[in-house]
Design a protein around this ligand. Structure first.
Ligand code: AMP
Length: 416
């Protein structure tokens, strides 16, 4: 049984903000993490996007700030490190929304790369109580003496696995050397491979471990499907599915920026409102695409993994893996974009004959409690480029592609 937010002893201004956001009850991660964080303990939480993890660290930080007199010029007392600019913006926004009614204004600054550094330096002039940042840009600003990390009392690593995946290990090491050893650290990660565990060990002091749900159990509200289709027919299939199911909002994942552009162009030709979303677009363009998607002016956003990381779009009913993700971890992150905050979600993966083995590997690496996803066919899109032997057994399709040798033998047999 979940208790209410009232039981945490939060400032009335925070409770008012929660009411405005219509958060009636804490999510399980909030339920577990908020009291521990408020008590000043280090926290090691296994939590995915969609679990409500952001408010789980934002609320205790705002509460702690509300309880003390803030300095002028402001000192950075809380530092939140995130892997991408989108996540930085989202987390910054949650801080602003939840901190809005506090009697003592809290200065929150969001810092990320890919945009001009000067406005960020200007914004930091009077100091900032809370800084939400991607590691590279943060260090650039520290190197330019635009801010000091010497007073940080609370450090948050959000999506720590992704921070490491994106190659931020050295930056993290440097940032850790710049903040006081005596501090509170809150560590959030969806997955815990050895590297993430090692980072947690160096960072945390006797942490309270919070493991609200095993990795993909979170996906309980997500129906997973896989469709076998020839690679060349995927855009047509996507178009068919969007039209037939009257999907109003679909996030489509592709492997490259080029593919994002191409698929979006093809969909637009079919009069489906689609835009690409990838790291080579200007920040302005990405913000615009996101706003249009949220406001239902776009039906489909075709995104690369890096760009889509941390996207928080309420009510995203469908995610399509047009290209399969590289790893099972990426698969989990991708499908976690749908079925958020208790809503129903659907994740569909397109599998072609040449990616079938990779699909099986992704399946194998999924948590043991994840239901096995069988390969379906969609009428009119049955693959021509199918495996030689396709048999339906146990609901799945087993296949064997002809090897070069098989093809030569078949050709020789045909001639004889
Ligand atoms: P997060 O995992 O922090 O990205 O949050 C996922 C989504 O859940 C966001 O859209 C939040 O606005 C929403 N959310 C977070 N906490 C709650 C809550 N206690 N009740 C309802 N929705 C929530």
């Amino acid at each position: 049984m979940l208790t209410s937010f009232d039981s945490f002893g939060l400032h009335s201004a925070l409770l008012k903000a929660l009411q405005n956001k219509a958060y009636a009850q804490p999510t399980p991660i909030q339920q577990s993490a908020i009291p521990e964080a408020l008590a000043g303990k280090d926290v090691l939480a296994s939590a995915q996007t969609g679990s409500g993890k952001t408010a789980a660290f934002v609320l205790p930080i705002l509460q702690q700030l509300a309880e003390q007199t803030l300095f002028s010029p402001r000192r950075t007392l809380a530092l939140v490190l995130v892997p991408t600019r989108e996540l930085a913006m989202q987390v910054g926004e949650v801080f602003k929304q939840l901190g809005h009614h506090l009697p003592q204004a809290v200065q929150i600054t969001t810092l990320f790369g890919g945009v001009s550094i000067n406005p960020q330096m200007m914004r930091l002039r009077g100091g900032s109580d809370v800084v939400v940042a991607t590691p590279g840009r943060l260090l650039d600003l520290v190197d330019r003496n635009a801010l000091s990390l010497a007073h940080v009392e609370t450090l948050v690593l959000d999506e720590a696995d992704r921070l490491l995946d994106m190659g931020f290990a050295l930056e993290l090491e440097r940032i850790l050397s710049l903040i006081p050893a005596k501090r509170q650290s809150l560590f959030f990660s969806a997955t815990f491979p050895t590297t993430v565990q090692q980072l947690a060990n160096t960072l945390l002091l006797e942490p309270v471990r919070i493991d609200v749900q095993p990795e993909v159990e979170n996906a309980a509200d997500i129906t997973q499907r896989a469709v076998l289709v020839d690679a060349a027919n995927r855009t047509q299939l996507l178009r068919h599915l969007v039209e037939q199911n009257k999907w109003a909002r679909v996030l489509v994942f592709v492997a490259t920026k080029h593919a994002a552009e191409m698929v979006a162009v093809k969909l637009r030709k079919a009069r489906i409102n689609a835009e690409p979303f990838h790291g080579e677009q200007s920040q302005g363009k990405r913000v615009q695409v996101l706003a249009d998607f949220k406001a239902s002016r776009l039906t489909v956003v075709v995104a690369t993994d890096v760009a889509a990381r941390g996207l928080d779009i309420a009510s995203l009913p469908v995610v399509v893996n047009f290209d399969l993700p590289r790893s099972a971890v990426d698969y989990t992150h991708r499908i976690g974009r749908t079925g958020r905050a208790g809503e129903q979600g659907l994740a569909i993966s397109f599998v072609s004959s040449d990616t079938q083995a990779h699909w099986q590997l992704i399946q194998k690496r999924q948590a043991a409690n994840t239901p096995h996803v069988t390969l379906d066919l969609v009428a009119g899109f049955e693959p021509q480029d199918a495996p030689l032997e396709v048999s339906f057994s146990n609901g799945g399709i087993k296949g064997k592609r002809p090897s070069k040798k098989d093809k030569l033998r078949a050709a020789a047999a045909a001639q004889s």
